[in-house]
Design a protein around this ligand. Structure first.
Ligand SMILES: [Zn+2]
Length: 755
């Protein structure tokens, strides 16, 4: 079978490194994207040359002529492939344009046809007296790539018909997925839009939504069952017991096995899923709305990214500047664009092109960084055979190395924490979802006779095992069935592909961990990875660069520990940004809002702060403790009055242990504090930090005689250090109960004083 030849050549890739490439110079074309025009290629010339080269190759004397003819053929394929990529870009720019659609289909078919024909021709030449010419013309990865395209079923009627059947079912999938589905509500068939607009009672609404998804699931499920059965037959015919193993080896050329991934999935359920669950609980209490107010216009983002690259990643500047200066990108907003983002290589020019349809929200920030990682790799290595798992580290690794520069990317450091939480969530999810989708498919391909209902149950149970709650619109809790998996296109079109994103995220996070202690070293390791040889494989490359083994428990435990710490950090920072309705004209507004932004000041509920209400000792120590990052264990996420009371007590214990309270006062969290007591506690805190607290004047205020003896120095100190002020009559009012606004402003000033 031809497949064997492919494997043989793949093996050669690792041992022979003396191929030379005579077809292409490695330079990048000096051209602007706007100067490039799409061309409808006629293949006639290609076939003429094909016939000629096959005839000539029979005679060794034609060696040099055969060599130049092969060059012509390869050149031709690169030209066709380039036109295909251009057609993809044009079609993505205007998904509604029928001409682009036609050209896209034409060039896709032509590319496939020419590549297969080229592969068949090269196979013939490789068995001729002129075999050496093939190695003269093509370098190792080019040859590997081309020969992989040999249709494994070309000379096997049964396999060939199974493969066309698979293609046919994929076409059926697209048709079935694009149909409109309905649910019967009060005897009337309604579409999804209809249901959403009908203002139905909640239970009827929910049932209707579920019915639509169930109907879609039954239609798509039928197609899927056919696909699974066909794929199982393909695998068996090629000597594999399960399609999973066939696919891992022959579609993705992975150097790890399905058993490795099964072990990883178990670890991810145990260590990573609980962290995700915790993060989700925290996220429900966070108000992300201020993230929506930022400027995400493509021009702004790309110029900010340029700034970060110039400063922090000068190594990426050449590829970035080429893209920027020559216009090899399109990330502008346009309704006609297809909903997609990608980076592809235009082979003829040896230049990649970046495309994205922006969401107009924070997602555009990471997508730009992600695609920049791909762009740079394609730019420095004409990678026609990207190993998916490694290629995703180019992109995800860059996203994670950008961690400390996202404030520059969004131009607002107040929202950076919010953005990072969103990113963290997607990073963790790529690990979990990758494993979950792989486990789901592995089990099905192992039991290709499963019914749709069994598949739905399997997915439902996996959701629970991975810590997700199946959403009611997509599942039936009584039956224990989920319909959501048929919404994932890759289950149909690219089986077992998702795991690549999980196994790339694990080393990418390791880069993040390293960057926390040594950014330059982490970046250096990332660049080494990006500069890998085209034929390098996942396990070997990572091991050479000293990364942990993705499938080892120790690696996942370390990853979980690090992710857990970041999540705990968010929990304690409480980055929610409350907006208070009752401080608009209050003198302490700026301090209160600044502290609220940092999660230090909390409202009294119902969007109120009640600034003129008496402060409590609990409030003071909690704000002080948070402002100075006190190390207090056992703190709760402040979701309820009970949680808050627990935290008050914990901070009081901390304050007491550090001698930060007054000696006389009541140490219960709900007790009020006088202004002089507040002064004393501030004084004690500053004293404890080792700062200079000598005071010069002790009788400054008109009502100094009312200040208790034990508070005199403290009051002078807070006045001189501008932590507290007297009123317009120069009275300090030492016995007055401090208000919430006063405590907020002193904490705010203390924070400024100490930093
Ligand atoms: Zn990517």
């Amino acid at each position: 079978m031809k497949k064997r030849i492919v494997s043989l050549l793949l093996a050669m890739v690792f041992t022979i490194s003396t191929f030379s490439s005579t077809v292409f110079a490695a330079e990048h074309a000096d051209i602007n994207y706007s100067e490039i025009e799409y061309e409808h290629v006629d293949p006639a010339e290609f076939y003429k040359v094909t016939d000629l080269v096959i005839t000539q190759a029979a005679d060794k004397n034609n060696y040099s002529s055969v060599e130049s003819l092969i060059s012509k053929l390869v050149d031709f394929w690169y030209r066709v492939n380039t036109q295909y990529t251009l057609a993809v870009i044009l079609q993505s720019k205007d998904a509604s344009d029928a001409t682009y659609n036609e050209e896209y289909l034409y060039s896709f078919n032509l590319d496939t046809e020419i590549l297969h024909s080229l592969a068949d021709t090269l196979e013939i030449i490789l068995e001729s007296p002129c075999a050496g010419t093939v190695y003269d013309v093509l370098d190792e990865s080019e040859l590997t790539y081309i020969l992989q395209q040999v249709d494994a079923g070309a000379d096997d009627v049964e396999l060939s018909s199974l493969m066309s059947a698979e293609k046919e079912f994929i076409n059926q999938y697209y048709k079935t997925a694009n149909k409109e589905y309905t649910a019967v509500v009060n005897g009337e068939a309604m579409t999804l839009d209809g249901i959403k607009n009908a203002k139905l009672p909640e239970d009827i609404y929910k049932d209707a939504i579920r019915e639509i998804h169930k109907n879609k699931n039954s239609a798509l499920g039928e197609v899927y069952i056919n696909l699974v059965k066909t794929r199982a037959k393909i695998a068996r015919l090629c000597g594999y017991e399960s399609y999973t193993d066939y696919c891992y080896e022959n579609t993705y050329f992975r150097d790890f096995t399905s058993e490795d991934v099964t072990a990883l999935s178990t670890l991810v359920k145990e260590y990573i899923a609980p962290i995700n669950k915790k993060l989700n609980e925290i996220i429900t209490n966070i108000d992300f709305s201020s993230l929506n107010e930022l400027d995400y216009s493509p021009e702004t983002l790309i110029s900010r990214e340029k700034g970060v690259i110039e400063k922090e990643f000068p190594e990426l500047l050449e590829s970035f500047n080429y893209m920027y200066d020559h216009g090899f990108y399109d990330i502008g907003a346009d309704d006609n664009k297809a909903d997609t983002g990608f980076t592809s290589l235009l082979l003829d020019y040896n230049v990649p092109f970046m495309f994205n349809k922006p969401y107009g929200d924070f997602n555009d920030v990471w997508i730009l960084v992600h695609e920049t990682g791909h762009y740079n790799r394609f730019f420095i290595s004409r990678d026609i055979l990207p190993m998916l798992e490694l290629s995703e580290i180019d992109s995800q690794g860059l996203e994670l190395l950008f961690y400390d520069f996202y404030d520059d990317m969004i131009g607002d450091d107040k929202c950076t924490d919010l953005l990072k939480i969103k990113l963290l969530k997607s990073w963790i999810r790529s690990i979990i979802d990758g494993c979950m989708h792989d486990e789901f498919q592995q089990i099905i391909y192992h039991h290709p006779d499963m019914t749709l209902s069994q598949m739905n149950q399997l997915y439902y149970n996996l959701c629970l095992e991975y810590g997700y709650t199946p959403t009611s619109g997509y599942s039936d809790a009584e039956l224990g069935e989920s319909y959501a998996w048929t919404e994932t296109i890759h289950n149909f079109t690219d089986p077992l592909y998702y795991i690549s994103y999980a196994v790339s995220m694990i080393p990418a996070w390791e880069l993040w961990m390293q960057a926390q202690t040594d950014f330059e070293e982490a970046k250096e390791r990332y660049l080494q990875l990006v500069n890998r040889e085209q034929a390098d494989t996942y396990m070997q490359t990572l091991s050479d660069l000293g990364f942990g083994n993705t499938f080892d428990e120790a690696t996942i435990k370390e990853l979980a520990h690090s992710l857990g710490e970041v999540v705990d950090g968010i929990e304690l920072k409480k980055v929610e940004k409350p907006v208070f309705s009752d401080i608009a004209n209050h003198w302490a507004r700026d301090s209160i809002e600044a502290l609220a932004d940092e999660g230090i000041a909390r409202g009294t509920g119902d969007k109120k702060f009640e600034p003129d209400k008496s402060a409590t000792l609990g409030m003071y120590v909690l704000m002080l403790g948070k402002a100075v990052d006190a190390e207090v264990v056992g703190l709760k996420l402040e979701n309820s009055v009970e949680d808050l009371t627990t935290n008050y007590s914990l901070y009081i214990v901390w304050a007491d242990a550090n001698n930060l309270l007054t000696e006389s006062g009541d140490a219960s969290p709900s007790s009020t504090i006088t202004r002089e007591e507040l002064a004393v506690m501030l004084y004690k805190y500053v004293e404890q930090t080792g700062r200079d607290i000598t005071v010069t004047e002790s009788e400054k205020f008109a009502d100094s005689n009312q200040i208790d003896v034990w508070a005199k120095d403290a009051v002078s100190f807070v006045e001189e250090s501008k932590l507290m002020y007297g009123n317009e009559n120069n009275c300090f009012n030492p016995q007055q109960i401090a208000t919430r606004a006063e405590v907020s402003s002193v904490i705010y000033r203390l924070d400024k004083l100490l930093c």
